[in-house]
Design a protein around this ligand. Structure first.
Ligand code: ADP
Ligand code: ZN
Length: 642
């Protein structure tokens, strides 16, 4: 017999089967157990608590930090026929009262709450007067004080287990490191929880890290060549560079809006809403943007600055391609990123332990940037998981174009000796620019001013270009063979540098690509196009897909919801492929549950009925040009006079 969980999956969501760990999680929670769930973005965490909330008696209470998205989340659930509501500061008194009444009357399947609201005595009192089926703690990594999304209010969530010991709790996150995992379990006091750790691989995302030359231009070329008309997110570190980049893209014909904490709440909400509702908008943002955004068709995530940790990088890039279709995670990275981040850590607030943690995070991020191995393999290894295959993933830049390495020992010695001469002999403090100028034998004003053309190392590095020297310095910093000091980014030796100077240690380096401005390290344009097309529809089905999208856009506009709340692209693709001619047939398609079938069934069938089905079903006019005999199908086409 079909389990209640499976029945809900079919009836409400219209999905055929559970994915990966979902079934085990759902069964465990329905039986009353606590669970800690680690799944990558797009892995399907929501169903893990939504199904238990539907199956168990009472209301599922979802704690989520994403106030701005609650309305959309609830709209999406209501579109599925789920009785969902939320309580947060955006509501007025009457709206809140109405939700409270529904909860107390047992008329809600799911109730979304922000943690700061849950803490209030009034909220706790309200909850204690109703029946709760399950507590879901979404984005549970927000409890981690060391993490990048720490929310102090999450710490108070440990009281849930004390006050409602009989209600199962499920904590979910897309952050996968052991440390975060342990912290979640400890701080939420869930010692008896079962742990479910999914694979963190996101095979449809292509990871690429390119050397930074002129980042905005590189970004523009990347977008024009590979993601014209696609929706995506561009991350920058500072508000200023967010503004400038958004302006630059807009000036160059790519629709882009800024998003950062310095904008007023209204503008931020408007830009976020546009991103969710429009197709093909680019948001340029600081890390303040993106958590919980469940837009399925984000086709790329670009980083113009180095993220502070691999966790952060993985969460941000993970926002691409939730629908499983090909997507790109692209980053431009250069020497200044390393200098700047090291400086930030040193001059930043926080005690020694905090700085050490931040330094470790940065080191891991740099190791990812400088690796000659498969990026995906390195990422998964960082999260303690198996690589897809020892031969590499075939879908990252280092797999597609393996980087060359070279013996950089002599080059490293030249850089380090120059630093020694300035630092030890003269007590002078200089950054990378001066070091490179000296090595290249350039008589710049600053070189002459300090008599650096008199140094024995002046001009000893003419065998490499400026870009290559910057690459050497960058890699020495990344490997901990050089360090940065003070607010001007002075280069200084580290405890490890001596071994290189004494020739006790070799320094393998990654070769700088010849043309850093162009985006190398990837498959050719044609190859990518072909790959994307493979995931797309055969040409004869495109008109139907486009017609369905147009119909969907109209529905979304009328209802004021994002298009994907009506149907996902993947569902529309399947509809175009199956070409259902009746509402009943449409019901068999993945992503079409009971409620959506009732609401949209006739509309969808009508859209298709107005078109010519490939192969001749339907009653529209046939193509004007039958083409050459070679193009004709093997089978006799149906006569179209029926
Ligand atoms: P997460 O919260 O882990 O990032 P979601 O819960 O948003 O992921 O799910 C990602 C996507 O996968 C959604 O579009 C969702 O509808 C789809 N999905 C989840 N579970 C299934 C399933 N069992 N079958 C088909 N699609 C699924
Ligand atoms: Zn790879």
């Amino acid at each position: 017999m079909e389990s209640e969980a499976l029945a809900a999956l079919h009836r409400v969501f219209g999905f055929e089967t559970f994915r990966g760990e979902q079934e085990a999680v759902v069964e465990h929670v329905i039986a009353g157990g606590d669970a800690v769930v680690l799944m990558p973005t797009g892995g399907g965490k929501s169903l893990c608590y939504q199904i238990p909330a539907l199956v168990r008696p009472g209301t599922g209470v979802v704690v989520s930090p994403l106030i701005a998205l609650m309305q959309d989340q609830v709209d999406a659930l209501r579109a599925l026929g789920v009785r969902a509501g939320f309580m947060n500061s955006t509501q007025d008194f009457d709206e809140r009262r109405a939700v409270e009444a529904e909860f107390l009357a047992g008329e809600l399947d799911l109730l979304y709450l922000a943690p700061e609201r849950l803490r209030l005595d009034s909220s706790l009192h309200l909850l204690s007067r109703g029946k709760i089926s399950v507590f879901a703690i979404d984005e549970a990594h927000c409890v981690s004080q060391w993490g990048h999304d720490f929310r102090p209010d999450y710490l108070s969530l440990s009281l849930l287990g004390e006050r409602w010991p009989e209600v199962p709790r499920i904590a979910l996150t897309a952050t996968a490191t052991d440390a975060t995992h342990r912290e979640i379990t400890d701080r939420l006091r869930m010692p008896d929880a079962r742990h479910f750790v999914a694979s963190f691989d996101r095979p449809n995302i292509q990871y690429r890290i390119v050397p930074k030359a002129d980042p905005r231009k590189q970004l523009l070329a990347f977008l024009r060549e590979e993601h014209a008309g696609d929706a995506g997110i561009v991350y920058c570190l500072s508000r200023n560079s967010v503004e400038k980049t958004a302006e630059f893209l807009s000036r160059n014909g790519i629709e882009a809006v800024p998003y950062h904490a310095g904008l007023d709440a209204g503008t931020r909400a408007a830009h976020q809403a546009r991103f969710l509702r429009e197709e093909g908008l680019v948001v340029v943002a600081t890390i303040a943007f993106g958590m919980g955004i469940d837009k399925p068709d984000v086709r790329f995530v670009a980083h113009l600055d180095l993220p502070k940790s691999v966790e952060g990088y993985y969460q941000e890039t993970g926002r691409a391609g939730r629908d499983g279709l090909p997507s790109t995670a692209w980053m431009a990275y250069g020497l200044n990123d390393v200098v700047q981040q090291r400086k930030l850590i040193q001059s930043g607030e926080g005690d020694e332990a905090f700085r050490r943690r931040a330094g470790q995070h940065l080191d891991a991020m740099l190791a990812l940037c400088e690796t000659v191995r498969c990026r995906r393999g390195q990422l998964l290894a960082y999260f303690g998981q198996e690589e897809p295959s020892p031969a590499g993933c075939g879908n990252c830049d280092t797999c597609l174009t393996p980087p060359e390495t070279w013996d950089g020992t002599v080059a490293a010695q030249k850089v380090l000796s120059t630093v020694v001469r300035l630092q030890r002999e003269r007590g002078q403090k200089f950054g990378a620019v001066q070091i490179v100028d000296i090595l290249l034998g350039r008589r710049t004003a600053k070189v002459i001013q300090f008599d650096h053309d008199q140094l024995s190392v002046f001009g000893i590095g003419e065998e490499l270009s400026e870009a290559e020297w910057r690459g050497v310095v960058r890699q020495l910093l990344a490997q901990g063979l050089l360090a940065v000091e003070g607010e001007y980014g002075t280069l200084v030796l580290t405890g490890e540098s001596g071994a290189v100077l004494r020739r006790e240690r070799e320094v393998p380096l990654r070769k700088e690509p010849k043309k850093p401005a162009a985006d190398r390290g990837t498959s050719s344009r044609g190859e990518r196009k072909a790959k994307a097309a493979a995931a797309e529809l055969p040409e004869e089905l495109q008109p139907a897909f486009e017609a369905l999208r147009a119909w969907r856009a109209e529905q979304a506009r009328e209802q004021g919801v994002p298009a994907y709340v009506i149907f996902h692209d993947a569902t529309l693709r399947e509809i175009a492929t199956v070409w259902p001619t009746s509402v009943a047939e449409l019901g068999g398609i993945s992503g079409v549950g009971e409620k959506k079938l009732a609401t949209y069934g006739e509309g969808v069938v009508a859209v298709l009925a107005g078109l010519t089905a490939p192969g001749g079903a339907g009653d529209g006019a046939g193509p004007e040009d039958p083409g050459s005999p070679d193009d004709w199908p093997e089978e006799e086409p149906e006569p179209d006079w029926t």
